[in-house]
Design a protein around this ligand. Structure first.
Ligand code: 13P
Length: 244
């Protein structure tokens, strides 16, 4: 399978920051992995014009409905129309800030698939849940509730993002990452039969300095990168580590 370096810009990025994408493409004209950037929706169209197919683009959320009276929301079809091929769904910041439940995430995944987008579904435990020994149970429940029937290796990517590792500089041990990713693969295999082609990303404080060791972990097929995806030099180093 082709490994995936995905950058989540979150609520960061103005048109001036398109220069970072230009620099990334210039420095890595033929990356040995798939490169995806999920900018704020306002930058999708100009970034698509700039990328000209040289990297993939994604949204960070979409509404569960195809269109209608939903002020302030963005539909999956709008993301696709602006140049996105992917959309992040169920990120812990949306689960926490907007009260998104597993069922709400599953409805969004269906909307994404209806628009032809690949859904990057995020799961991950809080620090309290890990301390309570509930990590695998939490992940299992999120997987069961957030991913509707119909998943394929082409339309689904799963990102394991421990909430306590996001933006903190802290990461799980390599053994802890392996334990969760091995379980994710087994859960998908139980649902889909053959889940070998579904890419499993690790996310949470991935940096140039820890990327190579994380990418060597069993069943880690890429990364979902927040802060370090904003600068071409940092994200480029992660792309290079993934391309190995
Ligand atoms: P950081 O890489 O900034 O920890 O963010 C991870 C993340 O939430 C990506 O979706």
């Amino acid at each position: 399978m082709r490994r995936l370096a995905a950058g989540n810009w979150k609520m960061n990025g103005l048109r001036a920051d398109l220069a970072e994408v230009e620099a990334l493409i210039a420095a890595h004209p033929a990356p040995g992995c798939e490169v995806l950037i999920c900018p704020p929706a306002t930058l999708l169209a100009p970034m698509a014009a700039l990328a000209a197919g040289r990297l993939a683009l994604g949204g960070q959320d979409c509404h569960a409905r195809a269109a209608g009276a939903h002020t302030g929301d963005v539909s999956a079809a709008m993301l696709a129309d602006a140049g996105a091929t992917h959309v992040i769904l169920g990120h812990s910041e949306r689960r926490a800030d907007h009260g998104e439940t597993d069922a709400a995430v599953a409805a969004k995944v269906q909307a994404a698939w209806a628009a032809g987008l690949t859904a990057i579904v995020c799961v991950g435990e809080t620090e309290g849940q890990r301390d309570a020994g509930a990590t695998l149970a939490v992940i299992e429940a999120q997987m069961a509730g957030s991913i509707p029937a119909g998943a394929t290796a082409a339309n689904l990517v799963v990102a394991y993002e421990p909430v306590w590792a996001i933006g903190t500089g802290r990461t799980p041990t390599l053994a802890e990452i392996a334990e969760v990713h091995d379980r994710l693969r087994a859960l998908l295999a139980a649902r889909m039969g053959d889940a070998a082609g579904v890419r499993l990303l690790y996310g949470g404080s991935v940096k140039p300095g820890n990327a190579a060791e994380i990418f060597a972990v069993s069943n880690v097929d890429g990364a979902l990168v927040g802060g370090a995806s904003l600068k071409a030099a940092d994200f480029g180093a992660i792309v290079a580590a993934l391309a190995g």
